[in-house]
Design a protein around this ligand. Structure first.
Ligand code: ZN
Length: 285
């Protein structure tokens, strides 16, 4: 009993060791530096990628490739934290304290590193949304260009919300013309998904929060009360559904042909992103 008390007192003293505290300060400064580097990289990334889009004459491929490269560099920052702690910080700290004393230090790094993944995901929605909007504004001009009847040269109205080949009858001579969109117009169909996702960012934030709240509830045994877990899952269900509903509704605003399938599309995503998860959870249904 006495021995245990002494050991605890000792540990407390060790953690107040000035040389150890210097190491903690250094570690905090390192994490702060990595965090600002991460934030700065996001700002630079957006500038570089938007420039890339214009410079490549709105070619999405090099733009996506450039973002892929930056993204993996950003993810590497998370690994850098882990490596630095393991290789440098931990051995130095262990010269003054016990393994159990530095768990919270390790945790600080892990939390920051993990936050990068969600922050990258969120940034990606914003970035891809902005790229898509810029691309859309550029490509839509071609759709507004004159399209004339092959027979009588009368000006014809092209459908503005399908972005693919379609027939257009001439009101004057009844000739059926085929409108064939150029590559950029055809590509609008794909970028619209990113515009829709960006418009649903507020809902996305909420569903991520609700999801995290579920995951923060510790694992429960068979006999334990599951009320809190159920409340958390019910809340997440609502938020996840809100997000997908908003997303598919925004998409249908551009592509009305999808209006009828919104409900079905939401169901498919709910199964994938929510119901499968709940089945695997302690709620088990
Ligand atoms: Zn005509």
């Amino acid at each position: 009993m006495f021995g245990l008390f002494n050991k605890k007192e000792n540990m407390k003293e060790e953690k107040n060791n000035p040389e150890y505290l210097v190491l903690v300060d250094k570690w905090d400064a390192f994490l702060k530096k990595i965090d600002s580097r991460f934030n700065e990289s996001l700002v630079h990334a957006e500038e570089a990628i938007m420039d890339n889009l214009v410079e490549s004459d709105y070619d999405m491929l090099p733009t996506e490739r450039a973002w892929g490269g930056i993204k993996s560099q950003l993810q590497d920052l998370s690994k850098k934290i882990e490596k630095t702690f393991k290789k440098n910080v931990k051995p130095q700290m262990l010269a003054y304290v016990e393994r159990g004393d530095i768990i919270d230090q390790d945790q600080k790094g892990t939390l920051l590193g993990d936050s990068f993944y969600t922050r990258i995901e969120r940034f990606e929605i914003i970035l891809e949304g902005k790229i898509a909007q810029k691309f859309y504004n550029h490509a839509i001009q071609f759709l507004n260009e004159d399209f004339q009847c092959s027979q009588c040269s009368a000006k014809l109205e092209v459908k503005k919300d399908i972005f693919r080949s379609h027939y257009v009858s001439c009101d004057y001579c009844n000739t059926v013309n085929t409108f064939t969109p150029n590559d950029k117009i055809a590509e609008i169909r794909w970028v619209i998904e990113n515009i829709a996702k960006y418009k649903a960012l507020g809902e996305w934030d909420q569903k991520i929060k609700a999801h995290k709240a579920c995951k923060n509830i510790p694992s429960l045994s068979e006999k334990e009360d599951k009320t809190d877990l159920k409340i958390a899952y019910d809340y997440w269900e609502v938020k996840e559904k809100d997000f997908w509903t908003k997303y598919f509704t925004e998409r249908a605003a551009f592509l009305p042909e999808y209006e009828e399938s919104i409900e079905h599309d939401v169901d498919v995503k709910m199964k994938l992103f929510f119901y499968d998860d709940r089945e695997r959870s302690d709620l088990n249904y």
